[in-house]
Each structure stands twice: as C-alpha cells, then as structure tokens.
Design a protein around this ligand. Structure first.
Ligand code: ADP
Length: 617
C-alpha cells in the first residue's frame, strides 16, 4: 500500500534534519540542561542519611563578637581547642594560613593545631601558577588539600568539584578528599585513569576531567542551610559543652560570614542563596562518604538515545497514521521528558535538551510531513476522480454522436419508403459512422492494452505522406467551421513502420488540437520533413499557446490548461497522453514549442525509411 521512494526519502530527511538540529541544539542547550539538572536534583526522593561531618564556622555574629577578622586566628585557636576535646575523627580547615599574624595568636593557633588528629590544611593555586601554602609552623604533620571549586561557567552554580588540582609541578587533592582519606584511616589514594580509590570507596573521577565529581548536596534542613550540622564559633564560645556534636565526625572549619567569605557559590538547592566554600567542602565530603556517585552518561549513549527517540518518532508516523500515530507520538514525547529523570534516579546524568528536542523535532517533522502528504494524496485522488468522471462523460458523449447518427439513419429507413439512391446514401452513412465508432473504441482499447503490455504493436509499413493527408482531410470540416486554413508544405516521401491506425490517431489528435485551440481565421501549417533518417511531422498553429509550466504537464492524463478550459472547447485531457504513448511505442518522441497567445508547434520525430529526397528541404 505504502509507496517507497519519495515518501521514505521525505521521512528520512525529517529524521536526519531533526537529528542534526538536535545535536547542534544540544550544544546550545547547556543552560537548559543545567536548569533541568538542578530541577531533578531538587525533586529526587530524599533518602535518609546521617551526616558524617559537621561544620564549625565563623558567621557574622561570631566575627563581631570575637574581635573581627583581625582576631580570627585567636577565635579559631579557641574553637579548635574546644572542638578537639570532643574527639573528632578528622579536622579540615578552610582558612588560609599563609602569612604571619599576631605573634601571640599564631603561637596559640600553632599549639592548637599540633593537638589536632588527622588535620588537613587548605592550600590554593594562585593566578601566577604558584601554590599558596600554610606557614610551615602550622603545617607540621598536617595534610594539604586544595579549596578550589568549579562553578558552572554560565550560571556560577557549583555542581561538580575537581578532586585534583595541579600547578608548578605540584599536585594537591581536594580538601574534602584528604579529609575523607584521613577519616577512613587510609594512607594513600590509589589512582587509575578512570577512577580513584580510597580504601573501599571507588570514586568514578576520570583523570581527563580533572578528577571532577558531581557533588550530591544534602537537602537543606532550612532555607539556605545545609543539612550538615553546624556550630558557630560564638555558640561554642558561649557554651563549650556543645562541642560534643563533633565526636567521631570530620569537622570542617571555616568562615561563612558574608563580609569575609569570598568563596561563596550557588548550588542546585540554593535558589539564589550562596553557600560558603566550607559548606561545599562538607557536602563533597558527604558525597564521598555516601559512595553513591552521579555519573555523566557516555557521549555514545547520549547520541544513541537521541537517535533512538528521533527514529521512534519517525517510525511512528511511517507505520501508523491518524489518532493512533498521535497517541503514540504523545507517549514518546512524555517518555523523552521522563527518561532523563529516570536515568538521574539511577545515578546517570543525561543532557535534557538534546533527547527532548530530538524527539520533538522528529515527531513534529514526521507528523507534519505525513499530514501534508496525506492531504496532497487526497487532493490528487479527488482531482483525478473528477477528471475521470469528466472523461467518461466526454467519451460517452463522443460515442453518442455516431450512435445518434446511426440510430437516426436506421429509423429513417425503417419508417419511410426511400428512393434507392437515398437508401444507399443512408446505408453508407450508417456504415461510415459505425466504422468511426469502432475505430474510436479500437484506439482507446489498443492504447490501454499497449501500455498494460498486453498487446504487441502491429508491424505494418505504410507511407507517411498518405497518412498525413488523410488526417488533414478528416480535420478539414472542423477547421472550416472556424475558417481556419490548413496549409500543407511539401510532404516528404517516407515509410513508417508500426500500427497505422494508432499513428493516424496521433497525427489527427495534433491537428484537431491545433484547430480547437486556435481562434477563427488563423492558419495551421503541417510539415513532414526527413532529418538524419527520422521523419519530423509537425503541426503548427497560431492559437492560445501554453507557458513553460503548462508544457511540462500536458502529457499527463486528464490535464488541461486553464487557457484551454477558458476557451470553451470541450476536451478530456487524455488525447496527448495517448499520443505520447503511441509515439513512444513506435520508438519516437514528441517535441513541443509554444508561447502563450502566439501559438504552438507539436512535432512527432519518428524512425522512418526515407523513400525519396522530396520535401526534405
Ligand atoms: P484535450 O484537448 O482533450 O483537452 P489533450 O490531451 O489532447 O486533451 O491536450 C491536453 C491539453 O494540452 C489541452 O487541454 C490543452 O490545454 C493543451 N493543448 C494541446 N494542444 C494544444 C495546442 N495546440 N494549443 C494550445 N494548447 C494545447
């Protein structure tokens, strides 16, 4: 039922275009992907998780109360002294200790740090590529971890963290990773190109991506707050007993006061609230501690998903139509929107925009294509039906004319006693009209059978000149009715091979068309010339003519030009299609030149045996 070729090509083009567009749009779709990622992040089911870290932070109130930034080291030393008493597992300090401060404060801090178990101090890669490290006196025995984040370039949201940072031939692990290693009592982080291993924990962080991992932020306990338990310097100062919450925990120490913390970033949860760096480190630590990582889907899987969705979208419209196709397409679109979320819940992050747009483009493209082709086919079928009806109408009308003549003549003979001469005349008319009828039927049937391959062409050899003259004589009465002069130039003597009846039909059709589509008192010129062993029979008129577009269509069955319809001349639009078939079966072709309002010239070019040179000028 379905026709391959044009239609399949159309669907394939829709598929290729939507896939290409989707891939390109995928690159442009990063902001949408990020938005979707954050949305999925916020709407994932919340799983119970007991944080293994705690925050000890200098907030705005602590700074004001305990002497401002200048006294930060003293306040830090005091807080650490109190915290260590509770027995934390590890302590990571997100405060740069690279320069000398007040000597008394530094000495106190040095002493406090010396008592810390599993201590990690922060270091930073400067713009000039050098590492800024803590002073030697604070560093004794401590591990070092970098404190760099990786905010999204477009929106500044911190979604991933680089676990490794290298510069000046020195490489440091992230502060949270070092804290995690120490909290697990592991001395060495094992590395391979694809992953890191800390004791039992395998971290899927590829070297090629700076060992980046997606941070699985803990859902906020309250607006802007992370669920990692926290204590401020001031709270601890006011109530030292609160330090017990640090028991067995990895403590992240830092500054959250807006006025002092310069490493504040947005997170998928934070809706415009900034999160201080120290909290982000704690969340990264929790991510490592949970050991459940969100991994980006491989490129090939993304391409596969896009192609799959686009292919399914197109296939739906190839295999189904109407409401079935629309329902399936709607289901596919829902699937395209839901799939990235499903994968997300299974810890695989797919881009959102590319697959969704692939599905949309493919379904909309294929749907529109189907709609257009179905409509076009319907319109064509309808037009063909009306033309066919017209044709049947006309053919029966054509046949009725000789039939009426036959009927009328025989009635005359039956009813009246006619003279012998009159009777012979009428009998002759009956005979010629019935022959005409038979010829008409014969021609239609022959051409139908010829084109259906059911009939072999007759192989008679006949003189072309005689055939042309015959046709002119038959057409003359028609021409005379319109005072059209049929002018014949000297006709070449040549013989054609094939079916004489059919060939006569062809030439006669050109002649009657020339007469039909010409105004009164014009001239039709007939020529028959030999050229390169071929006979060229041409019929030229001074009639209504055709434009280029019409010329391309006149050999289609049932096609009539608007000008022909307007001329009031009756026609079926099948004559020329039959002529073309007849000529093709005879190994020839038709050439047409025409200009609207000026006239047309139809030329049959046929293989012929040239009998003499006469007329071949
Ligand atoms: P019909 O004449 O019955 O309509 P044909 O198949 O013979 O069908 O011709 C198809 C159409 O080609 C015509 O309807 C007319 O529009 C156009 N045509 C054919 N011959 C001529 C001509 N000599 N001049 C102008 N238009 C022509």
């Amino acid at each position: 039922m379905r026709k391959p070729g044009g239609q399949t090509l159309g669907y394939l083009t829709a598929l290729a275009a939507s896939f290409l567009l989707a891939t390109v749009a995928g690159w442009l779709g990063t902001p949408i992907d990020n938005y979707a990622y954050d949305w999925m992040f916020r709407h994932q089911p919340r799983e119970p998780w007991e944080p293994q870290s705690a925050l000890l932070v200098a907030d705005e109130a602590s700074l004001t109360e305990l002497g401002g930034l200048l006294r930060l080291r003293r306040a830090l030393a005091e807080a650490l002294e109190r915290a260590v008493a509770a027995g934390p597992k590890a302590v990571a300090i997100d405060v740069v200790l690279a320069d000398e401060g007040d000597p008394a404060d530094d000495a106190r801090l040095e002493a406090a740090l010396a008592k810390m178990p599993n201590l990690v101090l922060s270091c930073e890669l400067l713009a000039d590529g050098r590492w800024q490290l803590p002073l030697e006196r604070f560093r004794r025995g401590a591990a070092l971890g970098h404190v760099h984040g990786d905010p999204g370039p477009l929106d500044g949201v911190s979604r991933v963290a680089p676990l490794e940072k290298a510069g000046s031939r020195q490489r440091y692990w992230a502060l949270a990773l070092e804290a995690f290693r120490l909290s697990r009592g592991v001395s060495q982080i094992e590395e391979s190109p694809e992953e890191l291993r800390v004791g039992e924990t395998v971290i899927p962080a590829r070297r090629a991506d700076s060992r980046a991992v997606r941070i699985r932020y803990l859902p906020p306990a309250g607006e802007g707050l992370s669920a990692v338990p926290r204590l401020t310097f001031k709270q601890l100062h006011d109530n030292p007993a609160l330090a017990t919450m640090f028991r067995g925990k990895t403590v992240f120490v830092g500054v959250t006061a807006q006025s002092a913390a310069r490493d504040r970033l947005l997170t998928p949860y934070s809706h415009g609230f900034y999160m201080a760096g120290v909290e982000i480190h704690a969340n990264l630590f929790e991510t490592l501690a949970r050991g459940r990582f969100l991994v980006s889907a491989p490129d090939l899987a993304v391409v596969g998903l896009c192609l799959g969705l686009a292919g399914a979208g197109v296939l739906i419209f190839v295999l189904r139509s109407g409401w079935q196709a629309y329902v399936l397409a709607a289901l596919l679109l829902v699937a395209a929107h839901v799939l990235p979320y499903e994968f997300f819940l299974h810890d695989t992050v797919f881009p959102y925009f590319a697959p969704v747009s692939a599905a949309w483009l493919a379904t909309v493209g294929a749907g529109a294509f189907q709609f257009v082709t179905v409509r076009r086919r319907l319109r064509r079928a309808e037009a063909e039906r009306t033309r066919y009806q017209q044709a049947v109408h006309f053919v029966s009308h054509e046949m009725r004319t000789p039939l009426t003549a036959i009927q009328g003549s025989s009635d005359l003979m039956r009813r009246y006693k006619l003279s012998e001469e009159k009777s012979r005349e009428i009998a002759e008319r009956i005979s010629s009209e019935s022959r005409r009828l038979a010829r008409m039927i014969e021609t239609f049937l022959s051409v139908e059978r010829l084109s259906a391959g059911e009939m072999e062409l007759k192989q008679e050899v006949f003189p072309a000149r005689e055939l042309v003259v015959n046709c002119i004589e038959r057409a003359r009465p028609l021409a005379e009715r319109k005072q059209i002069r049929i002018h014949t130039e000297p006709l070449a003597e040549a013989h054609l091979t094939g079916d004489r009846e059919l060939m006569e039909y062809a030439v006669y059709n050109l002649l009657t068309n020339a007469v039909k589509y010409s105004p009164a008192e014009t001239q039709v010129t007939v020529r028959a010339r030999c050229e390169d062993g071929r006979l060229r029979i041409s019929v030229e008129d001074q009639g209504i003519g055709m434009d280029k577009d019409e010329l391309k269509k006149i050999f289609r069955k049932f096609y009539r030009t608007r000008r022909a319809e307007a001329s009031g001349e009756k026609g079926t639009g099948i004559g020329l299609s039959i002529v073309e078939q007849i000529v093709a079966h005879h190994g020839g072709r038709i050439e047409v030149t025409s200009q609207p309002g000026r006239g047309s010239c139809f030329t049959l070019v046929l293989p012929a045996q040239v009998a003499s040179r006469a007329g071949s000028k």
